[in-house]
Design a binder for this molecule. Structure first.
Ligand code: ZN
Length: 76
């Protein structure tokens, strides 16, 4: 189980802007942060997927998401 995280009032993308109460990001900034970290840490989305076992012949991202939802989890 992932660690429970709490919003801090500042956008987690690093832009330095304040967020609304209960928000980690300003609108769209979650994808900016996600893309930046995947590029910097993995080199790209294919490398990111491969690192976590989702390359062809491995786990299927879409199937894994469907199974995750079927278990009662929901996107935040
Ligand atoms: Zn931001």
């Amino acid at each position: 189980m992932a660690q429970r995280l709490l919003p801090t009032g500042s956008c987690w993308c690093g832009c330095g802007e304040d967020t609304g109460r209960g928000s980690f990001f300003l609108p769209g900034h979650d994808k900016v942060a996600e893309s930046a970290v995947i590029l910097v840490e993995y080199g790209g989305v294919p490398e990111f997927l491969h690192k976590h076992g989702y390359a062809p012949g491995g786990k299927n991202p879409r199937q894994s998401l469907a199974e995750w939802r079927d278990r009662g989890n929901a996107a935040r």
